[in-house]
Each structure stands twice: as C-alpha cells, then as structure tokens.
Design a protein around this ligand. Structure first.
Ligand code: URA
Length: 436
C-alpha cells in the first residue's frame, strides 16, 4: 500500500514511478478511492517530468487491463487496426477499410464519435440513410468473417481508466504530454484486439502535435509500445496544416470517400489513403514491398472492388447502398452559400487554418461542442481552393452547406481561415515521415 501524496512528491521531484506504483494509482483512480485532485496533481508532475519508457509501458498496461479486452480470435486471417490521432476532414477509414478488406485483410474496427473540431467516423457512417453502427459482438465477428470489414461503435467497456483520465487531462491542461498521449492511444488499440496497428499521426496547427519533431517522438513511443507486446505497429506522420481533402461535414465527407473509391478523390486525400492502405498490406504480409502494395491498392480502386466492398459493408449495416450512385439520397442541406474571392489582384493560398475550418463546421451543426449535442449530418463545408492554388477575382473559395444554424459565423470563420500570398506558394507534402 502506498500513500498517494508520496507518489506525487516522487514524480514532482523527477524520480521514476515503479510498475506497482502506477498500477496502484490507476486501480485506485478507477475504483474511486483516489480522488481527482490527487490525480490532477500527479498529471501536472508528469507534464513537467515526462514519463520514461518503463513508466509509459506500465501506464499503458494498467489502462489496458482496467477494462474488457476484445477477443478477435474467432475472426480468421490477419486483423489490422488503423487509428488517426484526429484531424479535420479525415475520412480515411471509409476508404482504406474497403480497399484493404478487398485485398484480404480483416478490419474489425471500433470507431468513435466526433468531438470539438474533429469529426468521427461513426457520425459519418450514420449520415448514410439506415446505416447503423450498433452491432452486437456476435454479428460483428460474423460480418468481418463474411465480408472482411465492419466499422461499429464501441460495445465493450474498454479502458475505463483512460476514459476517466482523459476527461481529467482535458480540464487540467495536461493533454499535451507525449507519454500520456501514447499510453492513452495504445491502451485503447491494444484492448481492441487487432494483430497489427497502423497509426496516422497528424502534424500541424490542426493537430495535437504541432511539429514533426514532437510527432516523431510520439510515433516512436507508440511503435515501441506495440512491439513490446508483439503487435507490429507503424506510424505514418501526415500533414494537418490544412484540412484533409476538400469536404468537412458528415455526408459531404462520405460522398468524398465514395468519389475517392471511384478514383476521383482530391489529390492529397487520395495519396494519404493509398499510403496508409499500402502500409496495412505490408504489415499484414499481403504485399512484400511498397511497390507491390501500391500496385494492389491501385488495382482495387481501378477495378471498383473497393467501392463494391464499401457497398457491401453499408448493406450489412442496414444502410441504403444506393447512396453510392445517388447522392440525393443523403439528407440535403437547405442552403448553399458560395464564399467568393473579391480582391482585384490574383493571389495564392498560403495557409488554411484547419482548426478554424473544423470549428466553422461545428458551428453549422456538423460537430459537437459537448457530448450531448445532436449532429446535423447534412451540413458542412467544401473547400475549392487548397494551399498552393492560384485564386482570381470571383473564384469560389468554398461552399457552405447549412440549415440556418451558424451560417454567418461559419462564413466569417472560413474566410478568416484562408491566408493568401501575392507570391506563388507550394503545395505541401501530405506524407511527412514513416516510423516502422
Ligand atoms: N487521442 C487519444 O485517444 N488520447 C490522447 O491522449 C490524445 C489523443
């Protein structure tokens, strides 16, 4: 038995906590015997005296074991999970899942809902008429065995320690700690049961990690945690200085995902999907090198097999698969507003503040300010100009899709998010680095 105050003192003074001490804190926090105020103080001590590798592993393991661990052993084949650290316009799961499932990988994915400026895959799926993400464990396993792919809401009570700790970090300014982020993400991924994990670590103003150096440390930390338990883990660091692709908002993003599976996706988004899908094929040993993986991915898109797989998943999850060919089946927004560039002089897009675009979409009702908010699936923003593009008078920068709510605020935010330069700017790289 320990005294919590001694453990806080130890960490405050830069000493290391042992595995037993970390288990004691996590177990006590979950069962309510250790109060928020002591854990808050400990989190702040950790913020200033970062966790080392042994502490990070002990914390990951303690959080992983705080709840249920999903057993995917009844699914035949290699199961791979993909996780993004959260961005604006990130609909990659809807494209990558079908592509790699068409190549023979098993994707049994539990996704989350959107909160704040970042969207969630579940909300996007629910914008498809009839589509459900509430599937019980047995049907989930059956679906993955039959078609290779299911994306559902979390059914089991996984990592309750992380849920409690994350909520506390959110209100104590202790989210931004690499050891805490790495253990939070990896405890959830390990509890979700996949054999291997591909991580998309977002870097830039719209992401937790603001620069490549921090992101690399986070990526290396998570890859090491995965290896520790024999789950091969790869982290792809990707740009989040501007929104990903063009569409931000639930049904708009699903439409963009469908277009990408038809081979007509935006360049940056398509490239990211192809790289992540290729990494999954490599980790699942379906391809022996990057070149072969990319060829398989290209063939799946070109042949329409990826699109067919998405259609199959929508049908299995009770959605209307006809949305793939008829976008009018999605609930439609009542207003479309073009945001026009009015300056006489030509300019080039220098930066688009992803955070501000995400918040503008949230103001329209596409996202949640609090967990209880109801999402409007039909609203959002489609960007027509991205960083590096030339803009002339009367060009539309973006279209706002709205239903009365927040139109003016969102329009102002989107205009403000665009920063122009009179000199030509370059298109940023999407893939910044890969840590294997
Ligand atoms: N996402 C998580 O799941 N946890 C963190 O700590 C940060 C991002």
């Amino acid at each position: 038995m320990y005294r919590v105050v001694d453990l806080i003192t130890k960490k405050r003074d830069g000493e290391r906590l042992t595995k037993d001490e970390i288990n004691f804190i996590i177990n006590g926090y979950v069962d309510g015997s250790i109060p928020d105020y002591q854990v808050s103080a400990l989190l702040m001590a950790i913020y200033y005296n970062p966790l080392d590798d042994n502490e990070i592993w002990a914390l990951t393991d303690a959080m992983l074991k705080s709840g249920e661990q999903i057993d995917l052993s009844k699914i035949t084949g290699i199961k791979v999970d993909k996780h993004s650290t959260g961005g604006v316009g990130d609909k990659t799961s809807l494209v990558i899942g079908p592509i790699v499932a068409a190549a023979g990988v098993k994707i049994a994915k539990m996704s989350g809902r959107g909160l704040g400026h970042t969207g969630g895959t579940l909300d996007k799926l629910e914008s498809i008429p009839g589509c459900t993400i509430e599937i019980d464990g047995k049907d989930f396993i059956k679906q993955v065995n039959e078609i290779g792919l299911a994306i559902i809401g979390q059914t089991a009570n996984i990592t309750p320690a992380d849920k409690k700790l994350y909520a506390l970090r959110d209100v104590t300014a202790t989210v931004d700690s690499i050891g805490l982020i790495a253990s939070s993400i990896m405890s959830k991924k390990l509890a979700s049961g996949a054999d291997h994990i591909v991580l998309d670590v977002k870097v830039g103003s719209g992401a937790f990690m603001k620069n490549l150096e921090e992101a690399t440390t986070l990526a290396e930390t998570m890859v090491k945690i995965g290896k520790n338990v024999g789950r091969e883990t790869v982290a792809v660091m990707t740009d989040m200085e501007q929104p990903l692709g063009n569409a931000v908002g639930n049904s708009l993003e699903v439409i963009e995902a469908i277009e990408t599976l038809k081979g007509n996706g935006p360049k940056d988004f398509t490239e990211l999907c192809k790289v992540l899908a290729s990494e999954i094929l490599l980790i699942a040993k379906i391809a022996k090198d990057v070149k072969e993986a990319e060829t398989i991915v290209d063939d799946i898109i070109r042949s329409g097999k990826g699109l067919e797989k998405l259609k199959e998943m929508i049908s299995y999850q009770h959605g209307n698969p006809e949305v793939i060919n008829d976008y009018s089946l999605f609930k439609q927004a009542s207003e479309e507003i073009e945001l026009i560039y009015l300056d006489e002089e030509d300019a080039y897009v220098d930066h688009i503040d992803a955070l501000m675009i995400g918040e503008a979409a949230m103001n329209l009702g596409a996202g949640r300010a609090t967990k209880e908010d109801v999402v409007d699936h039909s609203v959002g923003i489609v960007l027509h100009k991205k960083v590096g593009d030339k803009v002339s008078k009367n060009d539309s920068l973006a279209t706002i899709y709205a239903n009365d709510l927040g139109v003016e605020v969102a329009s102002n935010m989107v205009m403000e998010a665009y920063q122009m330069s009179k000199k030509p700017t370059s298109t940023p790289k999407v893939i910044l680095k890969i840590v294997r």
